[in-house]
Design a binder for this molecule. Structure first.
Ligand code: AHR
Length: 631
């Protein structure tokens, strides 16, 4: 026991080491720049998990619009009035949507005595004032009737927020859906628990029947794309300025079985001709309305590039395809690449043009499978080789990502995933420091410090920031990274810790989102070597672009820290005034929620006293990015 805190010099004397090794110092070598920051480093990863797509970023408001979610019951549909509902497998819309919702109307329906169906949406249909919604539906009846009313109304049906009519329904499904515009008034309240109804109050006789299929309702979407994406969630992604979008998963690309993989050919063309599939990895129906083209347009809207994950013949429950049986899957991948990149004169390029996008999309990275280390049969080497050889033969310029080490071919990158406790993430900031610089480059395609539900708390955000600082410092090795999972609906939080969460009305971002935003938006193009001495619990990264120097300091400890900083090799000097952007909070458990979305947000302020040698005081439990101006 010592009567008072020992000075660094006393500690050094006791430890028998030179005093300077215990004197705290963060030394940044400005005069001797290191490697370039990878130009494709930060990205986002998406798969349909936690209702990330269906009921998430895919803006469709009707759940089970295609009646395909359950084979025996029209789930999410209920009767209005005296109607009776059933799934009718004898009345398909087409080969893909091979059934319809049969609505037997009561006799004597008439004005004030309506009958039909209601959909409860994804935990309610959200409604806002002064908003235009687009409804599309296929309908037919046992004899010509009308009008059919489509309405957004309160859950009890007492208040109609918006409605529109189809004047007449014939006895056959039309070739295209009826399309209606519904507009809420300026006094419509904001409500998350509305429903969509399709009803008729026309006089009916006993046994008169209505059949419905593909009943869809969209609010305004990002960039007003029809069949588009939710505006608030897209705004949050755009603000991250990701360089790429990795899609469509994750487990979602593999499915539990070969039959439930992401079969891209079933996800293109008119949405009412897509069969959809069970997202059995995460337990709900995917209409595949968010299909390959929608993903690519999403990438376009982010001004990013795709990292296209192709199904590679392995599914989560262990089914794996090898030998000749693998060839159709290899061909599917080649066709998929042609759909993305081919000219309109190619088979699949022409199909893309017919789907509305004649311009080919740029493509540099293709990932072969997902987490194939789970394939205990050991077939990945063979499967990777088959995809590798076929893709490289036709598209030698493409960079191929392996999901686990292979020996028979050399992948361009290897995808590593890390889900860590916050303390492990903090400690792993040096993971790549001593990596063999000649080894295969890395894509950290999924990572997260896991603590907090449905989004990370501050402790996890500190782990994430420390980990990300290490990835940036080593971005000559780790060329790309993306956190996962990206989204969770608060009502379907299957995977605990996710970057962004929402209900059907609003959304919020986590402290991890902010930590990543800070480190990747205040980032130079060149890494500067920085050495921290006697600063335990601190993770750092320094980068520079021109005369801007960005120094990120992550303090994972619960006490404030004075960080003596030395800028070595300055050509001239540094401006006294700098800016500091700080994210902190009162405790490790502090977090943001839907109700209190802005508890933890970064704050930027001007600080003075920057110099070749100066001390920066960082708060406890904080991420700080200093932006210094070199003179
Ligand atoms: O991100 C959640 C899941 O974690 C992904 O689907 C899978 O790739 C990983 O195991």
């Amino acid at each position: 026991m010592f009567p008072s805190v020992l000075t660094p010099e006393q500690v050094a004397a006791l430890a028998g080491v030179p005093a300077q090794t215990t004197t705290p110092l963060l030394s940044v070598d400005v005069g001797n720049p290191g490697h370039a920051v990878s130009p494709v480093l930060p990205g986002v990863m998406f798969e349909d998990i936690n209702h990330s797509g269906e009921g998430g970023i895919y803006a469709e408001l009707v759940q089970n619009r295609s009646m395909m979610a359950d084979d025996s019951t029209p789930v999410h549909w209920s009767a209005v009035g005296e109607a009776t509902l059933a799934l009718d497998t004898t009345t398909p819309l087409n080969a893909a949507l091979d059934r319809s919702l049969k609505v037997v109307l009561p006799s004597g329906a008439g004005a004030g005595n309506r009958a039909g169906v209601a959909n409860d949406g994804f935990w309610g249909i959200p409604v806002r004032p002064g908003t235009t919604y687009t409804a599309r539906l296929f309908a037919k009846a046992s004899k010509r009737i009308g009008p059919l009313t489509v309405a957004i109304e309160s859950a009890d049906g007492a208040t109609v927020y918006a409605s529109a009519h189809v004047p007449h329904i014939g006895t056959a499904f039309p070739g295209r859906p009826f399309e209606l515009t519904l507009r809420t008034g300026s006094r419509t309240p904001v409500a998350g628990d509305a429903r969509l109804t399709v009803t008729t109050a026309a006089p009916t006789a006993a046994g008169e029947t209505l059949w419905l299929q593909h009943v869809s309702l969209f609010p305004p979407t990002h960039h007003n794309r029809p069949n588009g994406l939710r505006v608030d969630l897209m705004d949050k992604l755009v603000a991250l300025k990701p360089k790429f979008l990795r899609f469509p998963g994750g487990n979602f690309v593999e499915g539990n079985t070969v039959a439930t993989r992401f079969n891209w050919k079933n996800t293109i063309g008119p949405v009412w001709e897509r069969p959809g599939h069970m997202d059995d990895a995460w337990g709900y129906w995917s209409t595949d309305g968010l299909g390959l083209l929608e993903y690519l347009e999403w990438v376009e809207d982010l001004h990013a590039q795709p990292v296209l994950a192709v199904y590679a013949g392995y599914s989560l429950k262990g089914e794996h395809v090898t030998g000749d049986k693998l060839q159709p899957f290899v061909q599917d991948a080649l066709d998929e690449i042609e759909y993305v990149t081919g000219p309109v004169t190619s088979t699949w390029g022409a199909r893309r043009a017919a789907d509305g996008h004649p311009e080919p999309f740029p493509l540099e990275f293709v990932e072969i499978g997902n987490e194939d280390w789970f394939d205990s049969s050991g077939s990945y080497d063979e499967r990777f080789a088959a995809f590798h050889d076929a893709i490289k033969a036709k598209y030698p310029q493409l960079k191929l990502i392996a999901t686990t080490p292979v020996t028979s071919r050399t992948p361009d990158l290897i995808d590593e995933h890390y889900y860590l406790a916050p303390s492990a993430a903090q400690a792993s900031t040096h993971k790549y420091d001593d990596r063999d610089r000649n080894a295969t480059k890395v894509f950290v395609g999924e990572w997260a410090a896991q603590e907090g539900r449905p989004t990370p708390d501050l402790n996890a955000a500190l782990g994430d920031a420390a980990w990300l600082a290490g990835l940036i410092r080593n971005s000559d090795q780790v060329l790309m990274e993306c956190y996962a999972p990206l989204f969770s609906h608060v009502k379907n939080n299957v995977w605990a810790t996710n970057l962004i969460a929402y209900d059907n009305l609003t959304s919020y971002v986590s402290p991890s989102y902010w930590a990543q935003h800070m480190l990747t938006s205040r980032l130079g193009d060149t890494v500067l070597r920085a050495t921290a001495r006697a600063l335990p619990g601190l993770a750092t990264v320094a980068t520079r672009s021109g005369n801007r120097l960005y120094l990120a300091v992550v303090n994972c400890r619960t006490h404030q820290l004075d960080v003596p900083i030395e800028l070595k090799g300055l050509a001239r000097g540094v401006r006294r005034k700098a800016t500091a952007t700080v994210l902190t909070g009162p405790s490790r458990a502090a977090t943001n929620t839907l109700a209190e979305p802005d508890t933890l947000v970064p704050r930027t302020s001007t600080v003075t006293g920057a110099a070749a040698s100066f001390t920066s005081t960082v708060p406890p439990l904080s991420v700080t990015v200093l932006e210094l101006v070199l003179t």
